[in-house]
Design a protein around this ligand. Structure first.
Ligand SMILES: NC(=O)c1ccc[n+]([C@@H]2O[C@H](COP(=O)([O-])OP(=O)(O)OC[C@H]3O[C@@H](n4cnc5c(N)ncnc54)[C@H](O)[C@@H]3O)[C@@H](O)[C@H]2O)c1
Ligand SMILES: O=P(O)(O)OC[C@H](O)CO
Length: 370
């Protein structure tokens, strides 16, 4: 935990969500004595119409590429040098597409304060040859040696930036740090609940992106709301099963925080993964083409997560328990056609009599044994 009276905050990332959270964090640090008012935002530099993005942000106080139309507080300062941005920070808010995080952490190793704390807003997993699938917060902790909390919820960045009411979940083991992080990110219209079941919070954020892709496929196939509701329910059952199998201390109650069912709903109706998956079904375009044409530099997390998760499920020999995750991976690889999604869900193990009892009884027994 940090002992500074006035904690210095750096946001590592400046995409759609990074910029939206910078708006809240910048406002809070300006008014709360716990924090140094200046928030540094690490920006992966790029040129926009001949000007550097960092210069535009620092002069116009707007991330014109990733969050156009939203003014950032003037105490949010864009910095293109990763080390300069992070070396003095007491709190590091990680909010980059997950594919960039291993490289960023390697660059930061040994260059940050040893008593800094991290908060990861990254929804995804990382995989390596030796370690298989790993939670992003665990990777950051292992590489940088700092405690890392997570923040996940039903939070489409553009809506948060417009200050529409929503909720979110922070997973943090240390209650003092949890409270400090809550103060950093909570606002009138962004309500925070802190829980200590960090792994479940983070797994929810990574897996819901896969379910969102299935929802997008259903939209692309012209199916209606009943099918989408089934996809959300079956997706949530696979998420619960995944936590039960691989994160033994996970608590099913966490699925009823914003990071669980609520995020599944918002992402299956309004998210980028859903939108791009619908186009994937309706066109012959590759995912790369769709990402380039639709997202203007923003990144999809769902297809990559499906690849990583299914690789792990295959290694463990348990793919039959996760037909929805597997269907998404196979459809993106064009191994099966999109209508096969429904074939794979028709015989879902959740439809077997007594499935829920088995799922929850097993969990209760395990809890008793501990
Ligand atoms: N956008 C949302 O609505 C939203 C909401 C909640 C959580 N999230 C999660 O937050 C995380 C970040 O998402 P986002 O929406 O802020 O990002 P984004 O999709 O807008 O990604 C683009 C960002 O990646 C950066 N980038 C591109 N190439 C890079 C490189 N080689 N190295 C480092 N950075 C590079 C870009 O500069 C830009 O800042 C993701 O895990 C996402 O799932 C997003
Ligand atoms: O746009 P998506 O699909 O990356 O989802 C955004 C957020 O994670 C929703 O909470």
């Amino acid at each position: 935990m940090t002992t500074n009276k006035s904690s210095k905050v750096t946001i590592v990332g400046s995409g759609n969500w990074g910029s939206a959270i910078a708006k809240i964090v910048g406002r809070n640090t300006k008014k709360l004595s716990e924090f140094d008012p200046t928030v540094t935002m690490y920006v992966y530099e790029e040129m926009i119409d001949g000007r550097k993005l960092t210069e535009i942000i620092n002069e116009q106080h707007e991330n014109v590429k990733y969050l156009p139309g939203i003014k950032l507080p003037d105490n949010v300062v864009a910095e293109p040098d990763l080390i300069k941005a992070c070396e003095a920070a007491d709190i590091l808010v990680f909010v980059l597409p997950h594919q960039f995080i291993p490289k960023i952490c390697c660059m930061l190793k040994g260059k940050i304060k040893s008593n800094a704390i991290g908060l990861s807003l990254i929804k995804g997993f990382v995989t390596s040859e030796e370690k298989g699938i790993q939670l992003v917060s665990h990777l950051i902790h292992n590489l940088l040696g700092i405690e890392v909390a997570v923040l996940m919820g039903a939070n489409i960045a553009n809506e948060v930036a417009k200050e529409e009411f929503c909720e979110t979940t922070i997973g943090c083991k240390d209650s003092t740090n949890g409270l400090l992080l809550k103060k950093l990110v909570q606002s009138e219209n962004f309500r925070v609940v802190v829980v200590d079941d960090c792994d479940t919070v983070e797994v929810c954020g990574g897996l819901k992106n896969i379910v969102a892709c299935a929802a997008g496929f259903a939209d692309g196939l012209g199916l209606g709301d009943n099918t989408k509701a089934a996809i959300i329910r079956l997706g949530m059952m696979e998420m619960i099963n995944f936590v039960n199998m691989f994160y033994k201390n996970g608590n099913v109650k966490t699925f009823f925080e914003s990071c669980g069912l609520a995020d599944l709903i918002t992402t299956c109706y309004g998210g980028r993964n859903r939108r791009c998956s619908e186009i994937f079904v309706k066109s012959n375009k590759s995912l790369d083409e769709i990402e380039r044409e639709i997202l203007n530099g923003q990144k999809l997390q769902g297809p990559l997560a499906a690849e990583e998760v299914v690789f792990m499920l295959e290694q463990k020999g348990v793919t039959q328990s996760f037909p929805l995750f597997c269907a998404v991976q196979k459809i993106f690889k064009r191994i099966i056609p999109p209508p096969m999604l429904i074939e794979m869900l028709r015989e879902h193990p959740v439809h077997q009599q007594g499935y829920l009892e088995l799922l929850f009884e097993r969990k209760e027994k395990e809890a008793e044994q501990r």
